[in-house]
Design a binder for this molecule. Structure first.
Ligand SMILES: [Zn+2]
Ligand SMILES: [Zn+2]
Length: 73
């Protein structure tokens, strides 16, 4: 069964996908430079775990404080 990005509703491939730390949705995250997709989430610095975490664009929109922690990729 084909998996669907929970942010944009388009099919996911096996490689360019991440899971949101906050809501658990799967979404498009570009891992290879030549992938023809748009990122549907962001990388941010999670202070609680002192590491990088992923958040889907839905959670970024709902949690304005996240925007200060987003790491530009
Ligand atoms: Zn997507
Ligand atoms: Zn999310």
């Amino acid at each position: 069964m084909e998996e669907i990005c929970d942010v944009c509703g388009l099919p996911l491939d096996e490689k360019n996908v991440s899971r949101c730390r906050l809501c658990g949705r799967k979404f498009h995250m570009k891992w290879s430079v030549d992938a023809q997709i748009q990122n549907c989430g962001q990388v941010w610095f999670d202070k609680a775990s002192s590491g990088m975490a992923f958040a889907c664009n839905i959670c970024v929109a709902e949690n304005p404080e996240l925007s200060e922690l987003i790491i530009d990729t």
